[in-house]
Ligand binder design. Structure first.
Ligand SMILES: *Cc1c(COP(=O)(O)O)cnc(C)c1O
Length: 379
């Protein structure tokens, strides 16, 4: 007991993660992991069931309406790969819409699993446009599935999923959406957006800890995946069939991460649901953007295509600016930001998500100001 109390006291000195996941979690979410839990424990099986139903509710759908939630062990990529490698049949053809690293990651999955596929690319600082998708689908009638990223975490832009969904359904294709970094932080109605497979993970906007990801699936499409998988552990249909038959995972589940996630879902509800969380994240972003702008920082994206999950800031023009040094100085103060991943520009990213509140953003801005002034760097 003594050592546990000691550790909890130290938690007030936790770093703050201004990153797109894993991100800062509440003390109570971390505490939900303190009890060892067997995978056949009644309490655990109950938690899995609550989570699966709760996630469908967060997407404004239900089992009764023909939607299913499949939880997959691993990080977000595992669940995306589970969908991509399980639902596209031998005679099907996938269209990947790519305007950043995460779209490219899906294209890579399609190559590795030797799927019939095409990639329609857009510049990193531009959204996927419904018009371009429509033109492509008109020309390529053999496409059966379309995959798109909602919040492209590479830059922070939001692709217009609902409008893309309209086009995808006009041409009767199956629609797969990676909503990894936005689900839970953006109000989303899966049915209204006409999404058949929506993927996200435990450690993004629901504010749990890493360990698993999940796919919300239109049941009629999920059923078609039976026997199509190209991997044993990532077989989406079998994973679902296992969870349905006895409420259990086929292979060792991330028990503690599941317990933490159930707590995180309760806290999301206590905060006022996704609407309230979206509002908090947007407030964070507004304070961040205004504060950075006041210091002279410029953003990589035009404001009209930015989401509120993460912001990309260009490096100051001052040649003495050294990102590694800047990052390390913030890190020493317990403030963790995120490097850039852009192909055309030097930028760093600051996330607005997780247990981050307006005061934390103010503190980060103050620290950035002091560090730049201390090094006499002009922005
Ligand atoms: C975080 C993220 C993923 C998954 O990344 P993992 O490191 O596998 O968790 C996938 N797509 C997007 C858009 C993301 O932001």
């Amino acid at each position: 007991m003594h050592s546990i109390n000691h550790n909890i006291l130290n938690m007030s000195q936790q770093p703050l993660l201004f990153t797109p996941g894993p991100l800062s979690t509440s003390l109570s979410v971390k505490q939900a992991m303190l009890k060892d839990m067997g995978s056949r424990d009644y309490e655990f099986i109950r938690a899995v069931k609550d989570i699966r139903n709760g996630l469908l509710r967060l997407a404004h759908v239900s089992k009764e309406e023909g939607y299913e939630c499949v939880i997959m062990q691993g990080s977000g990529t595992f669940a995306v790969e589970s969908v991509i490698s399980s639902v596209i049949g031998e005679n099907d053809k996938l269209l990947v819409l790519a305007n950043g690293a995460y779209g490219e990651r899906i294209a890579k999955m399609a190559r590795i699993h030797k799927l019939n596929h095409e990639v329609l690319r857009f510049d990193e600082d531009c959204i996927v446009t419904p018009e371009a998708v429509e033109n492509f689908l008109k020309e390529h009638t053999d496409i059966t599935h379309v995959a798109c990223i909602h919040s492209e975490t590479t830059t922070g832009l939001f692709n217009p999923i609902a409008a893309i969904g309209d086009v995808v359904k006009k041409y009767s294709k199956v629609f797969i959406v990676d909503a990894m970094s936005s689900f839970g932080g953006v109000v989303m109605d899966m049915k209204a957006m006409q999404v058949d497979f929506l993927v996200s993970s435990s450690n993004k906007c629901i504010e749990g800890v890493p360990g698993f990801a999940f796919a919300l699936c239109k049941k009629t499409e999920l059923e078609k995946a039976k026997g199509r998988a190209r991997s044993l552990s990532l077989d989406l249909y079998d994973q679902w069939a296992g969870l349905e038959s006895n409420g259990q995972f086929r292979f060792t589940p991330p028990t503690l991460s599941i317990m933490a996630f159930r707590k995180a879902m309760q806290e999301l509800e206590e905060e006022g649901g996704i609407e309230a969380r979206e509002h908090r994240y947007k407030t964070n972003k507004q304070i961040l953007d205004e504060g950075m702008h006041a210091m002279g920082f410029k953003q990589y994206l035009k404001p009209e295509i930015q989401g509120h999950i993460i912001s990309s800031f260009l490096y100051p023009e001052d040649p003495r600016f050294d990102f590694a040094d800047f990052y390390e100085k913030l890190n020493k103060r317990g403030l963790v930001i995120y490097p850039g991943k852009l192909s055309k520009a030097n930028a760093f990213r600051i996330g607005n998500i997780g247990q981050i509140f307006p005061d934390d953003i103010e503190n980060l801005l103050q620290a950035i100001k002091e560090i730049l002034e201390g090094d006499s760097i002009s922005v």
